[in-house]
Design a protein. Structure first.
Length: 192
């Protein structure tokens, strides 16, 4: 399985991106949420992925965050939801909005997403409620935010990073052992 890909973003469109990984261009199907988080072509990016093989078709799906991939994988087993509809759902609302709507059984909010009617909204609530209640796996979701981390995220947002991009940059800096607001921001700017 291909867990993630890193390389230079070559092409970006509303439903597809292409990432050059050492001379091999990988095309990924993506949600609008992921497209909005990605920088302009020519910049290095990392996408979490899911490879789907069925019949004679192989498709690689890319996600800006682990949370988005986690939700995508939990949408696939829902009756009537295939990979394209799962991407449409992820394009129609933020992951935390979808999770909140399912947890609160807010079918009206889910029906506001394109291609989600009343029956599908009820099925999403029924089939996802238990998985959403279990919560995200460890390591998925928001960055733990002490004062320095919060300031680093705010600084990156002020510098033009998207929220998911800023969270990821801070998470990467923390994993690399970087501490302190200034150092985290500097690390994020160097790596991005």
């Amino acid at each position: 399985m291909i867990d993630s890909i890193s390389g230079v973003l070559v092409e970006k469109s509303p439903a597809r991106v292409v990432v050059d990984i050492g001379g091999v261009a990988m095309a990924c199907l993506v949600s609008l949420s992921t497209v909005e988080e990605l920088p302009a072509p020519g910049v290095k990016v990392k996408l979490w992925t899911h490879l789907l093989v069925r019949d004679e078709q192989i498709e690689l799906f890319g996600f800006a965050t682990l949370e988005e991939r986690w939700l995508f994988l939990n949408l696939l087993p829902v009756s009537g939801v295939g990979p394209r509809l799962a991407l449409t759902i992820l394009s129609g609302a933020r992951t935390d909005d979808i999770r909140r709507a399912v947890a609160q059984e807010d079918t009206d909010r889910l029906q506001a997403i394109p291609r989600v009617g009343e029956k599908l909204a009820r099925r999403l609530v029924l089939e996802l409620r238990g998985r959403i209640a279990e919560g995200l796996p460890v390591g998925v979701g928001e960055v733990p935010q002490d004062g320095g981390v919060r300031e680093a995220i705010q600084g990156l947002l002020a510098l033009g990073f998207g929220r998911t991009q800023a969270d990821k940059a801070v998470r990467d800096a923390l994993r690399a052992g970087v501490k302190g607001t200034e150092e985290i921001v500097k690390h994020a700017l160097r790596v991005s």
